[in-house]
Design a protein around this ligand. Structure first.
Ligand code: PA5
Length: 455
């Protein structure tokens, strides 16, 4: 984590002074102590994941091995924390054309993540799937999310029609809480294979549970390396002092930046592979930190707004705003030091000045030069930015990144003095839907909704 470009020497008056971080670092250390205390009380399940899943890993790998012989497709039905991690892993590790070409899959099944209830989107998928050769992983920690369960109902019908009622259970896996919710009940009735989401791991912190690991194993990702990367970052996050602890530093920087009016946090990977990590981070950061709290009778709203951008693509869309628009952002670049391919740009048209200069360089050089150019241009405009260097994108570094951002979120939650692990706003929306659709026990929400609608 290179934070040089947040300091006033580079970005002028609005930048940080080193003393400022020195002054606040005790608060970040105290945040870490609180997190470790909560962990000792069993409340920080995400911190246990790198170590406590040996048996689960064995079972996940065995299931993936067995089912890959029987099925050509795995479809994830889930939303939010039950979907975004799967997509981030797939994009980072597997070939971008994985689903399209058999040679990109090395014999592993195709992966689809259906995380919305747009009828056109669902119908388009359902019409094309070879149901006999498809297994569905229904992921819902609560086991009752309307978007996920409605898709399950549709696909259960289709599976029953296609392969017969008696074989329904063979086409579904349920990934859910061990003892609560409707999905576990259905899984038992249908005799589905089940995997569990630990109670002390929230949806958006669950990518390194079977939520993200099963589809990863199914598509040939080395899930042990993912967890090894997370363990590596866990050790640093829990043991290192402030200046050697990037999650503490970055949690504090974002907290202080918010106080300085930099209320938007842009994540801009210069890597296609990391673009969906930025999507995953967007949910983690938004749902964890966007909170309304009551402080001494006064309602306070906190939470930096996460924004996802992709370099170099979004240089041609959002960068202008970052350079000259309102100065309310802190930008975090992710720079990959070694791409799998360098890919030379051929030399041609050397007599044409505006084109000939490209030949002899590589695309790896080009994308990272574009990043550095954007960084320097932001510095010129006195806009705070920082860079996370990723040596290369692989399972180990991806595991580190997941854990790093999770720990950083917990730190920021402590600093903002909010509960980063609940989501009352999301729950309220879910409850209105239940009420409107006539679910038992939600009549009051239906009434509330109707009253508001009248206004
Ligand atoms: O982070 C969260 O808790 C949410 O984004 C959930 O993952 C999302 O609402 C889906 O919930 P569930 O897994 O219970 O279906």
């Amino acid at each position: 984590l290179d934070i040089n470009n947040i300091f006033e020497e580079v970005v002028g008056d609005e930048g940080f002074k080193l003393e400022e971080l020195e002054e606040y670092k005790a608060e970040a250390e105290a945040a870490k102590e609180n997190i470790l205390k909560a962990e000792a009380e069993g409340k920080m399940g995400f911190m246990e994941l790198p170590y406590k899943q040996k048996e689960v890993i064995k079972e996940l790998k065995a299931t993936a091995e067995e089912l890959k012989e029987k099925f050509d497709n795995i479809v994830i039905l889930g939303i939010g924390g039950s979907a975004l991690g799967n997509i981030a892993v797939q994009t980072a590790i597997n070939d971008p054309y994985y689903n399209m070409f058999a040679e990109a899959r090395n014999g592993y099944p195709r992966l689809f993540v259906s995380d919305n209830v747009d009828p056109d989107g669902i119908k388009a998928m359902v019409d094309k799937l070879d149901v006999e050769k498809t297994v569905f992983n229904v992921i819902s920690k609560s086991g009752s999310t309307a978007e996920t369960m409605s898709q399950f109902l549709l696909l259960r019908d289709l599976v029953a029609e296609t392969v017969g009622e008696d074989k329904v259970g063979e086409h579904f896996i349920a990934t859910t809480s061990k003892d609560s919710g409707y999905l576990i009940e259905i899984a038992k009735r249908e005799n589905m294979k089940t995997f569990h989401i630990p109670d002390n791991v929230g949806g958006r912190f669950s990518v390194l549970t079977p939520v993200g690991l099963l589809s990863a194993a199914f598509t040939g990702v080395d899930i042990e390396e993912l967890l090894a990367g997370a363990a590596y970052m866990d050790k640093i996050s829990r043991e290192a002092d402030f200046w050697d602890n990037p999650a503490l530093i970055n949690g504090l920087i974002h907290y202080l930046a918010f106080k300085k009016g930099k209320v938007m946090s842009v994540m801009m990977p210069y890597s296609d592979r990391l673009k969906d990590l930025a999507d995953w981070y967007r949910q983690l950061w938004a749902e964890s930190l966007g909170k309304e709290v009551n402080r001494d009778g006064e309602v306070v709203n906190v939470g930096p707004t996460p924004i996802k951008a992709l370099g170099a693509t979004d240089q041609h869309s959002q960068a202008q705003l970052y350079m000259e628009g309102p100065y309310d952002k802190i930008i975090t670049f992710l720079e990959v030091e070694n791409f799998e391919n360098k890919l030379e740009i051929p030399s041609a048209y050397e007599d044409l000045d505006g084109l000939g200069y490209l030949g002899g360089h590589s695309f790896a050089e080009l994308i990272n030069t574009e990043k550095k150019a954007t960084e320097v241009a932001l510095n010129k405009r006195k806009r705070m930015n920082q860079t996370i260097y990723v040596p290369e994108v692989n399972e180990f570094t991806l595991g580190q990144l997941f854990y790093f951002f999770e720990f950083q979120t917990a730190v920021a939650g402590e600093l903002f003095d909010i509960n980063a692990f609940n989501q009352p706003g999301v729950e309220l929306g879910k409850n209105y839907t239940y009420g409107i659709f006539g679910r038992d026990g939600y009549q009051d929400k239906k009434d509330e909704f109707e009253q508001s609608a009248e206004h």
